[in-house]
Design a protein around this ligand. Structure first.
Ligand code: KG4
Ligand code: ZN
Length: 322
């Protein structure tokens, strides 16, 4: 049987992305255009993001095809993020998918952005079997999920207020480090004393998270004599401890085959190390490559492919933002 290929399209936040992935787990192309225009505003401006997708998306799709050496008419079906995300941004990706579908008669597999993060570890790890636990940490979401199969995701815990990436971004903003904040905090923390400042382990019981209290504790600590690198290191250590405690509890209760981290914050080497150090002896830990941790379209293409292989139905007509 010949390999099936899908074109994945992602535009839920501030990355315009297109990628072609095969059912043999080949990533033929993975084009991501990040919107640096938001840096001057200290956060993503929805209206600006939607307009940038309009400017970038055609280029992304064309480059995904040329990098892969495949023309649009030769792909088997389309996979597109239909939600959750910024509505104006999602509409751009969904409209491109509908346009290609209508012009070339390709069917569309709708993909939930979070489901794409959850299934992507299986793109790089053929041997990763269900059930596994995913810790998803991005700018908009923080969740612990038990992935039991395609379309079978059990939410174990989630943030009740700020997402962990959002907390990194807001702390970085207080320290005037720039946006997105995570990489700045990681860089400064590398030379800091992580035991210098005591920050609260907010909502340490149970599986849900609360990061807004931690953010406020950092704000209350700010004064002229504060050491920025020590504060970044202390903040990062506190986040790590909260994540570790909850994940160990989840592993003990659900006994999964593996533990996987994903989302932009999973790019943080300290967070990776602390999770690996504390959990590596209890469960197989899988850390996807950085390129597949942050938003991209290969994850959307792969989630669409997994759904196709699991006989989940395509959109009856066109895709809709959901
Ligand atoms: O998954 P992602 O690329 O986009 C979505 O939010 O969906 O995640 C972006 C988030 C931002 O909040 C950013 O500050 C954070 O991931 N991030 C990091 C690091 N790199 C990106 N947080 C901590 N350390 C990092 N090295
Ligand atoms: Zn994401």
């Amino acid at each position: 049987m010949s390999t099936k290929y899908t074109l994945g399209i992602e535009s839920s936040c501030d990355e315009s992305a297109a990628s072609i992935v095969g059912d043999d787990r080949s990533i033929l192309s993975n084009v991501v255009m990040s919107q640096h225009i938001h840096e001057q505003y200290g956060g993503v401006v929805p209206e600006v993001a939607a307009r940038q997708h309009l400017i970038n998306m055609e280029f992304c799709i064309n480059k995904a095809c040329s990098d892969a050496g495949i023309s649009l008419k030769d792909i088997d079906f389309l996979s597109v993020t239909t939600g959750p995300g910024l509505v104006g941004s999602l509409i751009v990706g969904v409209t491109y998918a509908n346009g290609i579908s209508s012009a070339l008669g390709k069917r569309i597999m709708p993909v939930n952005h979070l489901e794409a993060h959850m299934l992507t570890p299986r793109l790089e790890n053929e041997l990763l079997e269900f059930p596994y636990i995913v810790l998803l940490m991005s700018g908009g979401h923080t969740q612990i999920c038990l992935v039991q199969g395609v379309n079978k995701y059990m939410l174990i815990g989630q943030t009740l207020d700020d997402a962990v990436g959002e907390c990194f971004d807001k702390v970085a903003r207080m320290l005037q480090l720039g946006y997105p904040g995570g990489p700045h905090i990681e860089r400064l923390a590398a030379n800091g004393d992580c035991t210098r400042y005591k920050l609260p382990l907010c909502m340490i019981d149970g599986y849900n998270f609360s990061f807004s209290g931690l953010k406020t504790a950092v704000r209350n600590m700010l004064n002229d004599s504060i050491s920025c690198s020590d504060l970044c290191a202390s903040f990062q250590r506190t986040v790590g401890e909260i994540l570790v405690r909850k994940c160990i509890r989840a592993i003990n209760q659900y006994n999964p085959k593996a533990f996987v981290i994903c989302g932009g914050v999973a790019a943080n080497q300290y967070i990776r190390n602390v999770l690996m150090h504390n959990m590596g002896n209890k469960v197989k830990c899988i850390f996807p490559s950085r390129a597949l941790c942050t938003d991209n379209a290969a994850m959307v293409a792969w989630a669409g492919m997994e759904k196709y292989l699991a006989n989940i139905e395509f959109c009856a007509t066109y895709a809709k933002v959901s």
